[in-house]
Design a protein around this ligand. Structure first.
Ligand code: CU
Length: 118
């Protein structure tokens, strides 16, 4: 091996490994969630934002408590119910049927929101 060839090998090998890792990670992601949509509701300053969220059927909605006091996200009709979410905690629910899903915070019942699934 000439000095030049050895140099090429040290550069090429990590590049090949990087490409293999990239290929592996992207196929794993694709398999885990084939066509799942995602949407987010942020809880901040005693408000669900957006208050009305419209999503397609099959969407996973994630509530994140960005407030510095605990909140919950509980379906008025008993469809879903989070635990008490402390700061930065999340709750997710996947909506598989069309409809309107009102919800509220059980600790502060004046906090309300709804998810419209189409
Ligand atoms: Cu609350």
């Amino acid at each position: 091996m000439t000095k030049k060839n050895r140099c090429l090998a040290t550069v090429a090998l990590p590049a090949v490994i990087a490409v293999m890792l990239l290929a592996a990670s992207s196929s794993v992601t694709a398999n885990a969630e084939p066509s799942a949509a995602a949407a987010a509701v942020k809880i901040d300053n005693f408000v669900f934002g957006p208050e009305t969220l419209t999503v397609p059927v099959g969407t996973t909605v994630t509530w994140t408590n960005s407030d510095d006091i605990p909140h919950t996200s509980v379906s008025t009709e008993g469809v879903f119910k989070s635990k008490v979410l402390d700061t930065d905690e999340k709750f997710s629910y996947t909506f598989t049927k069309a409809g309107t899903y009102p919800y509220y915070c059980t600790i502060h019942p004046k906090m309300t929101g709804k998810v419209v699934v189409q």
